[in-house]
Ligand binder design. Structure first.
Ligand SMILES: [Cu+2]
Length: 147
């Protein structure tokens, strides 16, 4: 198999000498490697992210949900986790405290006293990741009467 071209070292003026090429490659590695290390460690320690929600953000559902569920990339610290749901008149919808799903602590939910009637809703959430970083966000969904 012919050696595949290396985009870092291949150039019209690349030296023929194997020793020089190796020295250049080593030099390039020294320059590039710290950057790769930084990328690698950032990839290993991602911040907590909101992956998805139920109902999904910016969707319309025809059956009013009895709960809102947030699925994070890691289990949040529940004592720092709050979820509030408001209707289009900015009235707070009574709900349970944010609770972690027993089967998957990455999922948290709040339950309503009754299914949400047709309206537009905004969900406000804030939480604290295992690494201590506070995070928050909002999303919206709509409930429409089935036709
Ligand atoms: Cu973090």
């Amino acid at each position: 198999m012919p050696p595949s071209p290396n985009p870092h070292t291949a150039s019209p003026s690349a030296p023929r000498s194997g020793v020089l090429a190796a020295a250049l490659a080593a030099l390039l590695l020294l320059v590039v490697a710290p950057g790769l290390w930084a990328l690698g460690s950032a990839g290993e320690l991602p911040h907590l992210e909101l992956r998805s929600t139920v109902p999904a953000a910016d969707t319309t559902v025809t059956e009013g949900p009895a709960e809102v569920r947030l699925i994070f990339s890691e289990p949040p610290q529940m004592d720092g986790t709050r979820v509030r749901v408001m209707d289009s008149a900015e009235e707070l919808i009574p709900s349970s405290d944010a609770t972690a799903d027993e089967e998957d602590p990455k999922e948290i939910f709040v339950r309503f006293e009754e299914r949400l009637p047709p309206d537009a809703y905004t969900v406000f959430w804030r939480t604290i990741a295992q690494d201590g970083h506070a995070q928050n966000g909002t999303f919206e969904f709509r409930v429409e009467a089935a036709r």
